[in-house]
Design a protein around this ligand. Structure first.
Ligand code: HEC
Length: 235
């Protein structure tokens, strides 16, 4: 009797194992390696969070770098290099940030927290943006600014958020890119003064293009330019 039970359970067990391994080891080979970015809508809705504008650069700089969740390293099978891989391996549940693995680990504490120490955790604002994007349906969306504000550019309100979303993840922690920290005013001011800031974001010859995953928007570049032209105020 007992023997029969065990035998009956075997196929079930195999099925469960198979399903479990599918969940943790999805077949990513069917996905395009460099999927086309979403076509931007003209004009950004201030109440929406866009994947290409905010979520992707944040994940690129905080999670998808070498040694972590890039295609080559893929820690724990998690590859966060494009929309599809973020959705699948980050276990994003559209409409429900609380039930999405990627948001859980970003907002969790202790050993589970991502990015792990000594990298800085995402700021409260950044975590809220990821949650909002997921709760708005986790779409593969993008927008272009129609009215770029270069008049009211401040360091705290404009420049640092650009740096935090696009640069700080790689330029902080134990081994910042190129040995350059970009976590505060003095550090950003320094690379602005050397000419490196505009050199890397405008892809000028002689500089490494930054961020490596794609150029900042024209509006962001114009805002950085304006801040420097204004004398790099710490405002
Ligand atoms: C995905 C990780 C990553 C992101 C995101 C990133 N960087 Fe870098 N950065 C690096 C690495 C790695 C290096 C060192 C490159 C090398 O020396 O080959 C570097 C080098 C640099 C340098 C020195 C190279 C030079 O040509 O002067 C500057 C300046 C710089 N980054 C600024 C930025 C700025 C500004 C941003 C955001 C707009 C940014 N980085 C985003 C990883 C990153």
């Amino acid at each position: 009797m007992e023997k029969k039970n065990v035998i009956l359970m075997l196929p079930e067990l195999l099925l469960i194992l198979l399903l479990a391994s599918c969940k943790h080891d999805p077949d990513l080979s069917a996905l395009p390696v460099n999927p086309d970015p979403p076509v931007p809508t003209v004009g950004c809705d201030p109440d929406s969070v866009y994947f290409a504008n905010t979520v992707f650069p944040l994940i690129q700089s905080s999670c998808a770098m070498s040694g972590c969740h890039d295609a080559a390293t893929a820690r724990e099978g998690v590859v966060l290099t494009d929309y599809y891989r973020i959705m699948i391996t980050g276990e994003v549940n559209p409409g429900n940030a609380g039930d999405s693995k990627i948001y859980e680990v970003l907002s969790g504490g202790g050993e589970e927290r991502m990015p792990p120490s000594p990298a800085q955790p995402l700021t409260t604002d950044q975590k809220a943006l990821i949650a909002k994007w997921i709760n708005q349906g986790a779409q593969n969306n993008a927008c272009t600014e129609t009215n770029c504000d270069t008049l009211n550019v401040t360091f705290a309100g404009t420049i640092m958020p650009i740096i935090q979303t696009n640069c700080t993840g790689c330029h902080s922690g134990a081994s910042p890119g190129g040995g350059i920290f970009l976590t505060n005013y003095a550090q950003v001011e320094t690379i602005a003064t050397t000419g490196q800031l505009m050199g890397v974001v405008k892809h000028l010859t002689g500089y490494q293009p930054m961020p490596p995953s794609g150029q900042l928007s024209d509006c962001q570049i114009a805002q950085l330019n304006k801040w420097i032209a204004n004398g790099k105020p710490n405002n």
